[in-house]
Design a protein around this ligand. Structure first.
Ligand code: PMP
Length: 441
């Protein structure tokens, strides 16, 4: 299997099944009839959800699942503070975003205070894709160049421009002419000195863009490399590549849609783990805990250049209800000590998973930071990627009441990404279920 045969949307996908429960079969049929080829579902038997709370999801058949694969309800499913804040705002007023209202400024100021001082402007959008689309435009206008460097199995969203820089979206592996790929920053590709190896690869990709007459606009990475299979260590490995991008006159765009808002357990932002100041930061998913809220943080000079040419208006981006959601998420992260919880529970989980390697059949390396972990499922030799094994594991875990996803070029990495409020007992429940499956129990 080549690295490009698994599209990101093929991972843990429902391929159509028989013997589905009647309610599930009926909903699948209705979905097929209306969504057509655009329907994408998880699991051999899709879940029919009726309720959720904290780290748990409940299905129509009365089962309770531990949700380890959801960084949208990041501070917990149906978080009471978020529900109350959004409901109150919807009841008071909600509008498009060309009026004055207070809460968006409380939010903008509070959020910007968590960034390096140079990044002092924020643009609100509704999705991570819109944020990355905007970031690409910023980089093109700032540099006058077209080319971008991304990692092999990157996913950055679904607009036309962003699909071009999301190689994991394409089944054929066809690349747009202005995009160059580098391998994800792991020891498999770069040996012991990941920082130097990754920087050299980025530099070579930049040289290739320049040689082709396209030029280099920016390096765009998800700072925890989630769809590539989760790469977080050693902290700081990203800095030499970013220095190379800057030397070449391009921007560094940090996609924080996955690691942002406390998930790595060391502050709010994934890029901080690498001691970096990005030129542009894009955010999404966890920002509104399920309410569509996303954004771009950047330097005023870069934003000015884009607005001089185009301006920017987003009907829903940063609406009063979105701002209420965003503020309530920050309240929960701070008030409930969620970053400390992530560090504690994530550390415990990583230790327990690392101890399984060599002791449990099929368990390989564990990587990641905080509550963003990647666990490789491997063949009998202990290292070769086993995508089919990961798929079986995901469905076996589901049978034991644990929801989890896959990542990486071969789909062999279990992607562990629970709400930030995961408890130690819940982490243990997962590891015990995993060990039982490895034992054939
Ligand atoms: N960037 C990354 C790293 C993502 O994982 C995703 C979504 N999976 C996006 C951007 C796009 O976000 P959205 O689906 O909200 O457009």
């Amino acid at each position: 299997m080549t690295a490009q045969t698994k599209r990101i949307l093929s991972l843990n996908a429902f391929e159509g099944g028989t013997n589905l429960p009647a309610d599930v079969a009926a909903l699948v049929a209705r979905r097929r009839n209306t969504f057509g080829a655009g329907s994408v579902l998880f699991y051999d038997e899709p879940l029919h959800i009726v309720k959720a709370e904290g780290c748990h999801i409940y299905t129509a058949d009365g089962r309770k699942y531990l949700d380890l694969y959801n960084n949208v309800p990041s501070v917990g499913h149906c978080h009471p503070g978020v529900v109350a804040a959004v409901s109150a705002q919807l009841a008071a007023f909600n509008t498009h975003t060309r009026y004055l209202y207070d809460n968006i400024h409380d939010y903008a100021e509070r959020l910007l205070a968590s960034f390096p001082p140079a990044l002092s402007n924020i643009v609100f959008t509704c999705t991570g894709s819109e944020s990355n689309d905007f970031a690409l435009r910023l980089a093109r206008l700032a540099t006058g160049k077209d080319g971008f460097v991304v990692t092999r199995t990157a996913y950055h969203g679904n607009t036309t421009a962003v699909t071009d820089v999301s190689p994991s979206s394409s089944r054929s592996g066809k690349l747009a002419p202005h995009v160059r790929i580098v391998e994800a920053p792991g020891s498999a590709a770069y040996g012991a000195d990941i920082g130097a190896g990754f920087a050299a690869a980025v530099q070579a990709a930049i040289a290739d863009l320049e040689a082709a007459g396209i030029g280099f606009a920016g390096l765009l990475v998800d700072t925890i490399f989630s769809s590539d299979g989760v790469f977080a260590d050693p902290p700081g490995f990203l800095a030499p590549a970013v220095a190379a991008a800057h030397r070449a006159g391009g921007l560094f765009i940090a996609d924080e849609v996955q690691p942002g808002f406390g998930r790595t357990g060391g502050g709010l932002w994934g890029f901080a783990r690498h001691g970096l100041v990005p030129d542009v930061v894009t955010m999404g998913k966890p920002m509104g805990n399920g309410y569509p809220l996303a954004g771009v943080v950047t330097r005023p000079d870069l934003l000015q250049a884009l607005c001089d040419e185009y301006g920017y208006f987003n009907t829903f981006g940063g609406s009063p209800a979105a701002a209420a959601a965003g503020l309530a998420v920050l309240d929960a992260i701070e008030g409930e000590g969620l970053i400390e919880n992530v560090a504690k529970v994530g550390g415990h989980l990583k230790e327990r998973l690392a101890a399984l390697r060599g002791n449990a059949a099929g368990i390989g390396e564990v990587r990641g930071a905080g509550l963003y972990l990647g666990l490789d499922i491997v063949g009998e030799d202990g290292t070769s990627p086993d995508g089919a094994g990961a798929s079986r594991m995901i469905n076996a875990l589901r049978a034991k009441g644990v929801l989890i996803g896959a990542a990486g070029p071969f789909g062999h990495t279990l992607k562990i990404r629970p709400p930030l409020c995961l408890g130690l007992d819940e982490a243990d429940y997962f590891v015990d279920a995993l060990s039982a499956i490895c034992r054939g129990a």
